[in-house]
Design a protein around this ligand. Structure first.
Ligand code: ADE
Length: 247
């Protein structure tokens, strides 16, 4: 999977990409991340990438020319043609990023991500260049770089081989619409707090049942809003009915 990231602050990305699971994925050629500095696609002496908003008001707006030039050059398509892959703008106005969207994006061979900065971007970029807009939450950051890292991290770990364990992503919180069950490791007792005995029993069916119950219990307590959309079997429904009837 290849990501082409377009940003005015490409230096932000390297520290994270050089230490994370993403670094291993890049070294093993499972993921390729190409960073493109929008400023190097300016043609004026001062390499201007932003300007004052028409109509007045505060803040600066990202100019269209360098953004179109950068993306069209890297993705090798011309004005009026369909781009070869999705072009995603990171913006608080986008659709809310989720595990489901990460799963959809992981099916693509290539994704382009545009990081907005300043107060906004010229609307013509939104209308005539980008094909999708994503927000990582209802709050405003200073730019789309951290959101782009969030999206790349969430998508890359779904690519087969990126996580050490091939089933690593299957039980994740949100993968099936529920929060994940609690985890324990050695020692079996720490400061008097014991690991639930079922996990030491070696009975895999019992363990699977306990984990499912814990997932349902956590979701019911912490994120009941998720339950209406989750993939629930009749036995899950039974467990939930029992859990709800407990005080
Ligand atoms: N840029 C600034 N804030 C953002 C957010 N919450 N999500 C995506 N891009 C952003």
């Amino acid at each position: 999977m290849r990501f082409d990231v377009f940003s005015l602050f490409t230096a932000i990305f390297q520290p994270y990409l050089n230490v994370s699971i993403l670094q291993r994925a890049i070294q093993r050629s499972l993921v390729e991340i190409q960073l493109h500095d929008i400023r190097s696609y300016t043609h004026d002496r001062h390499h201007v990438t932003d300007d004052e908003p028409y109509g007045g008001g505060g803040g600066m707006v990202m100019k269209p020319e360098p953004v179109f030039a950068a993306i069209e050059a890297v993705l090798e398509f011309q004005a009026g043609q369909a781009p070869p892959c999705p072009i995603i703008l990171m913006t608080p106005q986008g659709r809310l990023f989720s595990q489901k969207i990460a799963q959809e994006l992981a099916h693509h061979e290539r994704l382009a991500i545009l990081c907005g900065r300043y107060e906004g971007i010229d609307e013509r970029i939104r209308q005539h260049l980008v094909t999708d807009e994503l927000s990582i939450g209802d709050y405003v950051l200073t730019g789309g770089e951290l959101p782009a890292l969030v999206v790349m991290d969430a998508v890359a770990r779904l690519i087969p081989g990126v996580l050490g364990d091939p089933d690593g992503a299957a039980d994740d919180s949100h993968a099936s619409g529920l929060l994940e069950y609690p985890h324990y490791t050695r020692p079996p007792e720490f400061r008097g707090w014991e690991v639930p005995p079922v996990l030491l029993s070696g009975n895999h069916a019992e363990i699977a049942r306990w984990r499912r119950e814990q997932s349902l219990l956590r979701t019911l307590h912490r994120r009941p809003d998720l339950l209406s959309q989750a993939d629930l079997s009749p036995s899950d429904q039974n467990i939930l009915t029992q859990l709800k009837s407990k005080p």
